[in-house]
Every structure is written in C-alpha cells, then in structure tokens.
Design a protein around this ligand. Structure first.
Ligand SMILES: Cc1cc2nc3c(=O)[nH]c(=O)nc-3n(C[C@H](O)[C@H](O)[C@H](O)COP(=O)(O)O)c2cc1C
Length: 322
C-alpha cells in the first residue's frame, strides 16, 4: 500500500492531508474526528492580535477556542489537543503589527503547540504606503515571532505581492520554516437594498486551486522551506496536483466544512489508489514531478503561454472574441 508519509516544518506527518484553521479545529470533538479520519496534522483557529491587546478577564469557555473566546481558552485548547491527539498540533496567530502580542508565541509553545502558523492578515489601503513598506511590515512581524520561540514557524501569506519569489526568500531569511500559500481574504459585499457593506464568507471551490498551484510549482526547491497548499483543495485530484507541483502538505477547510471530517477518509483512499495506478510507492517519489523545475516547458507557469491560452478559447458561441 502506498506510503503517505510526508515532512512538514521538520516534523514527520503520517499523511499530507492537513485540516487548516477553521471552526472545525476549534474544539476537541472536531479535532478528534479529524484525527480519526486521517488528518496528518491540525491547525487550530487563529488567536487574534486584537484578543491579546485586551485580554478578557478570567478563563474563557473550556471546550472551544478561537474567534474571540480569548487567550486563556486558546491556551487551554492547545494543551488539551496536545494531550488528546497523536498528530502535530499547529497553533495559529493572526495579526499585523509587531506588538507585545507576538510574545504569545512563547506561551503557545509552552502550552504544547508543535508549531506555529502566523497569519499576517493585512489589507494595505493607505496610498502613501509602498509595496516595500508592506513587505517590511510582514518581515518585521515574522522576525519578532521567530525571536519569541524556537518551535517551527509557518507563515500564511496573501497572494498579493509583486514579487512572490523574492518575498518568499526574504521570509525564509526572517525565520519562516514553512509558507502556507495562500490565505483567502474575505471580500466584503454590498447590500443594495439596505445600502450597506455586508461581510461575505463563501467557501472555496477547486477552481481557486490554480493560484496556489502555480506558486507552489514555481517555489518548489527555490528556498529551504516547507510548502503548504491552502485554498481550493477539495478532491483527491486536487491533492495529487499540489503534491505534483511540489507541496509538502495539502490543507483543507472548505471541503471539510462542506463534507465533514470523514471526507479525509475518502481522499486518502483515492490518493492511494492514484499512487498505486501510477506506480508511486511514496509521496516523496511524486512530489514536485510537475514543478516548474521539472517540466519540459517551465514557461508554462509564467507568461509565455498567455497568448496561446487566450487563443485556445473557442470563438464560437462565446461573447466578445468572435
Ligand atoms: C469559517 C472559516 C474560518 C476560518 N478561520 C481562519 C482562522 O482563524 N485563521 C486562519 O488563518 N484561516 C482561517 N480560515 C481560512 C482557512 O484556514 C483557509 O485558509 C481558507 O478557507 C482557504 O482554504 P479552503 O479553500 O480549503 O477553504 C477560515 C476559513 C473559514 C471558511
């Protein structure tokens, strides 16, 4: 039977299927179900900088953490999850500024987190702030968290950088052991009857996989860093694609919220089946087989195929091009 073991952030995982940060991972019950269904690791919901700036007095609710439940509830979940699960438990910090909150990384590690995922959720809307100022900001936060703790550190990034490969290298220099590509920003919508801005959270679909797929293929083996695919992994085909592009793990949230933790069982069977049919015994053998460095036409991941792709669109029955 195909061996699904992989390495991520220096840890050995039994499978590349990882449950990313979401309400599903915010309680012991969900975490146990994810582990039982085959998750190779779990990422807890984020502890937000805003919660750490004004901690609530006293312990929060005992059985859930994340989304405003407060730091004490979070630390308690980290400790309980570490005790209850065999698989690595990744704690998640979400913030933008380099404040005292980054010191929480130490407490998360002490509570038992095997690694920390840092989500720098930052939407730059100030015209005076340059791209390099924003990059500096990211790097500053990463360096501060790196200084606070020695546990493996992954950085969950937005896809909006002008020079992603360069930024990836700088993040590695700043201390990132892994990059999670990508964070998915929630775009607010407008309610035209109420004349209001409304929050809109929609789950992803496999079509959105293309963005992480391209960047994982480009970044594979460019830097000494683990790569996690996040956004648009739903099916076993998606999992195989990100591994072929060069990812160390395939992270999922929308697929698990939609189908429940047991979806992992199905994916595992189907990924193994694909590996058997294609003669791969280990994940290592197939990882990066279709990365930019490995394919005969590396330009396929860049601009060169642009004209060909547009020209290949069938003109009949479509608007605009005919
Ligand atoms: C309801 C919900 C809650 C989420 N909470 C967090 C969070 O606390 N921290 C975080 O880094 N990402 C969070 N995410 C983002 C997911 O971890 C993931 O990166 C994103 O949904 C894209 O992956 P997917 O296509 O598999 O859903 C959340 C996503 C959803 C849908």
């Amino acid at each position: 039977m195909a061996d699904l073991r992989t390495r991520y952030l220096g840890m050995e995982l039994r499978s590349p299927l990882v449950a990313s940060s979401s309400p599903l991972t915010g309680g012991l019950d969900g975490l146990r179900r994810l582990e039982a269904a085959g998750a190779g690791a779990v990422v807890l919901p984020s502890l937000f900088e805003e919660e750490l700036a004004e901690p609530r007095p006293g312990p929060g609710p005992a059985d859930r953490a994340g989304y405003g439940a407060g730091p004490e509830a979070y630390l308690s979940l980290v400790a309980k999850a570490r005790e209850a699960l065999e698989v690595p438990v990744v704690a998640s910090l979400n913030g933008v500024s380099r404040g005292g909150w980054v010191g929480y990384a130490t407490r998360l590690a002490e509570a038992g987190a095997d690694a920390i995922e840092l989500n720098v959720y930052y939407v730059s809307s100030r015209p005076g702030l340059s791209g390099s100022d924003v990059e500096w900001h990211y790097l500053d936060v990463v360096r501060a968290v790196r200084r606070a703790t020695g546990v493996p550190l992954a950085v969950k990034l937005s896809p909006y950088f002008s020079s992603m490969a360069n930024m990836a290298g700088q993040l590695v220099e700043a201390g990132a052991d892994g990059l999670v590509l990508f964070n998915r920003f929630y775009q607010p919508d407008l309610d035209i009857e109420a004349m209001e801005v409304v929050p809109a959270l929609e789950l992803s679909s496999s079509v959105e996989l293309r963005l992480p797929l391209r960047w994982i293929a480009i970044l594979h083996r460019r830097h000494r860093v683990s790569l996690a695919a996040s956004t648009g992994v739903h099916t076993a085909t998606d999992v195989v694609k990100v591994l072929l592009a060069g990812a160390d793990v395939a992270m999922m949230t929308s697929a698990l919220l939609r189908n429940g933790p047991d979806h992992l069982r199905l994916l595992e069977v189907q990924v193994r089946d694909w590996m058997d049919r294609h003669g791969f015994e280990t994940v290592e053998q197939l990882r990066g087989r279709l990365s930019q460095r490995s394919v005969p036409d590396p330009a396929a991941f860049e601009r060169a195929n642009y004209i060909k792709t547009l020209a290949s669109h069938p003109p009949s029955g479509t608007r605009g091009f005919a």
